[in-house]
Design a protein around this ligand. Structure first.
Ligand code: ADP
Ligand code: GLC
Length: 492
C-alpha cells in the first residue's frame, strides 16, 4: 500500500483500505454510449493496482446479454417494489479483467435500450436504484463507500439516508461524481414519489425540487457525503449560473465538499503500437504507420487518396454540447481551404446528422459523414486523422481529445472544462503545446484556431514536435485513481 495512503489511514484510525462499489448506468466494454462507460470500466482496474477492492454494479443491458451471457453467473434473485409494480430482479456476476461486476437483471427494464428516453427512463433507473439498495446486503461484499455516477444513480444516497435508517445501507458513505450536469433526470414529483415512495417534505428547493420538477441529480448533490466532477475547471464552472443548470446554488454552498478529478483513459486499450483495430501500428519514434492509417481511412471511406491533405475529424455524440452550431456556421468557409478533408463519426440530434449527410454530398471526396456508433472505426479515425475538432459549448472532461493525443492526432478545442485542463495550446514562441485552442464560444475564434492548426500542418518540424509532445502526454488512469483513492480515504 502506498505510503501516503497508509498515513491517511493511520490518521483515521483504520488499517484497511475501504471497499468501493461503483454504481453506474453503463460500463465499458460491456455497455457504452459515451465517456461515462469508459471511466466506470477503467477506474476499478486502476484502483485494484493500488490495493483496493473496487467492484461495479450496473444494469444487465440487452447488449451485454447478447455478448456475455455464457460468462455470467447467477447469484440470487428477489422482487423489487416500485410503486404499484413488483418486478423480478436477478443479480448476476461477471469477472472482467479481474474486476467483479454485478449485473442487475430485469428483462422488463433492461431488455432493450440503455436509455429509453422520457418518463420510461425515469422508471428504468428508479428500478435500478431500488434494486441496488436492496441487493447490497446480499452481495457477499460489503462496500464502505458507494460511488454513484450521474443522475441515474444519484438518488441512492437520499433513499439510503431517508428510508434505510438502522439498516446497513443507512450506514454507508456516498460519493457522487457528476459527469454531466446537463442531464439531471428531471421528472414530475408525483411520478417519482409513486415510484420511490418519497415523503412530501423532500419536494422543496432545499432538497430535490428544481424548476417545478424533481431532479434526481439535485437529490444526489444534497445527500451525497462528497461530490466531485471530472475536471478541476468544470468543478469551478458548475458553481456558476452559466454552467450550473440550476444546481449552482447547492454546489456553491457545498463548495468545500466539491472537487474535480480529471479522467484518464485506458492506455492499454488506446495504444497505437498494439491496437488490433488499426491497419498499421506506430509509436512516437516511428510514425510511418500513422500515414498508412490515414491512406486506409481515405480509401475505405471515399476520400481522395492524398497523404498530404490534412484530415480534421470529430468522434462524438452529435448534440448541442459538442459545439455543432459552430461547425454548421463555419464548415463552408473551412472547406474553402482546398486540400482540407473532414471525417465525422457520430450520431445524435437529427438536425446535425442531416447537416452532416448533406455536407457529404456537397463535398464528395473531401468529407465523410459516418452516422452511427462504431467503436472499431473510432480507433481507425483517431489514428488516421491529423486533427480532432472539439469545439464544445461545455465539456466536463472529454476523453476524445485524450485518445486523439495518444494517437498523435492534435486536438483543436474550446477552452472549457476538461478540454482546458488537458490540452496545452501551441505556443509559437516556445514551441510548447499538444494542440490548439480558443476561448470564446464563437465561430470565428474556432476558425482562427483551425487556421493556426493548418499553418502548423504545413511546417513539418513544428508538426512533428507537436505530435511527439501530444503522444508523450500522460493520460493514464493511474493519476486519476490516486486522486480518487485519496478522496475515498478522506471520506471515511
Ligand atoms: P461524452 O461522454 O460527452 O460523449 P467523451 O469525450 O468523454 O464525451 O467520451 C466519448 C467516448 O465515446 C469516447 O471514447 C469516444 O471515442 C466515444 N464515441 C463517441 N461517439 C462515438 C461513435 N459515434 N462511435 C464510436 N465511439 C464514439
Ligand atoms: C460525460 C461528459 C464528458 C466526460 C464523460 C466522462 O459524458 O460529457 O465530458 O468526459 O462524461 O466523465
Amino acid at each position: 500500500m502506498k505510503k501516503q495512503f497508509r498515513s491517511i489511514l493511520n490518521e483515521k484510525g483504520r488499517k484497511e483500505l475501504p471497499n468501493i462499489l461503483l454504481a453506474a448506468a453503463e460500463c465499458a466494454p460491456l455497455s457504452k454510449t459515451g465517456g461515462l462507460a469508459d471511466v466506470v470500466g477503467t477506474l476499478p482496474k486502476a484502483l485494484k493496482k493500488l490495493g483496493f477492492d473496487a467492484r461495479v454494479i450496473t444494469p444487465y443491458h440487452r447488449c451485454i446479454k447478447d455478448k456475455y451471457a455464457d460468462r455470467v453467473e447467477h447469484m440470487f434473485d428477489f422482487y423489487v417494489n416500485l410503486g404499484w409494480r413488483t418486478q423480478y430482479c436477478g443479480i448476476e456476476r461477471l469477472m472482467l479483467d479481474d474486476v467483479c461486476i454485478y449485473l442487475v437483471d430485469s428483462e422488463f427494464y433492461f431488455g432493450d435500450k440503455i436509455y429509453r428516453g422520457g418518463q420510461a427512463e425515469g422508471e428504468q433507473y428508479a428500478f435500478f436504484t431500488r434494486a441496488v439498495l436492496d441487493a447490497i446486503p446480499n452481495l457477499g461484499f460489503m462496500p464502505d463507500i458507494v460511488h454513484c455516477n450521474d443522475w441515474h444513480t444519484a438518488m441512492l444516497p437520499m433513499l439510503a439516508k431517508t428510508q434505510y435508517g438502522g439498516a446497513i445501507q443507512g450506514s454507508l458513505r456516498w460519493l457522487l461524481t457528476i459527469h454531466n450536469i446537463a442531464y439531471q433526470g428531471k421528472f414530475g414529483f408525483d411520478y417519482v414519489q409513486d415510484l420511490l415512495g418519497i415523503e412530501d417534505k423532500y419536494y422543496t428547493p432545499e432538497f430535490m425540487e428544481l424548476n417545478g420538477c424533481a431532479s434526481f441529480l439535485k437529490a444526489g448533490c444534497v445527500f451525497a457525503d462528497r461530490i466531485n466532477t471530472v475536471s478541476p475547471t468544470y468543478a469551478q464552472e458548475i458553481k456558476t449560473a452559466y454552467f450550473g443548470e440550476g444546481l449552482e446554488g447547492i454546489l456553491s454552498a457545498r463548495s468545500s465538499e466539491l472537487s474535480g478529478i480529471i479522467n484518464g483513459i485506458d492506455t492499454r486499450v488506446f495504444n497505437p503500437y498494439t491496437d488490433p483495430a488499426l491497419p498499421a501500428r506506430y509509436h512516437k519514434g516511428r510514425l510511418s504507420g500513422k500515414r498508412l492509417c490515414k491512406l486506409e481511412l481515405q480509401r475505405n471511406f471515399g476520400l481522395e487518396q492524398r497523404a498530404e491533405a490534412p484530415i480534421f475529424a470529430m468522434v462524438t455524440r452529435m448534440t448541442e454540447q459538442k459545439g455543432f452550431d459552430l461547425v454548421e456556421r463555419m464548415l463552408d468557409e473551412l472547406m474553402q481551404y482546398n486540400d482540407m478533408q473532414f471525417f465525422m463519426l457520430g450520431s445524435g440530434d437529427k438536425d446535425y446528422e442531416d447537416f452532416m449527410r448533406n455536407s457529404e454530398t456537397r463535398y464528395k471526396g473531401r468529407l465523410c459523414a459516418f452516422i452511427g456508433y462504431n467503436e472499431e472505426l473510432s480507433h481507425r479515425v483517431y489514428a488516421g486523422a491529423d486533427f480532432l475538432l472539439m469545439p464544445s459549448r461545455f465539456e466536463p472532461c472529454g476523453l476524445s481529445q485524450m485518445i486523439a493525443m495518444r494517437y498523435g492526432t492534435l486536438p483543436v478545442v474550446r477552452e472549457t472544462g476538461g478540454l482546458k485542463d488537458s490540452v496545452k495550446p501551441y505556443n509559437r514562441y516556445t514551441g510548447e503545446g499538444t494542440g490548439f485552442s480558443f476561448a470564446d464560444f464563437n465561430a470565428h475564434e474556432m476558425k482562427d484556431a483551425v487556421l493556426l492548426a493548418l499553418e502548423c500542418y504545413h511546417k513539418p518540424e513544428i508538426m512533428q514536435s507537436l505530435i511527439r509532445q501530444a503522444m508523450e502526454a500522460d493520460f493514464s488512469f493511474d493519476r486519476s485513481s490516486e486522486e480518487y483513492a485519496k478522496l475515498y480515504l478522506w471520506m471515511l
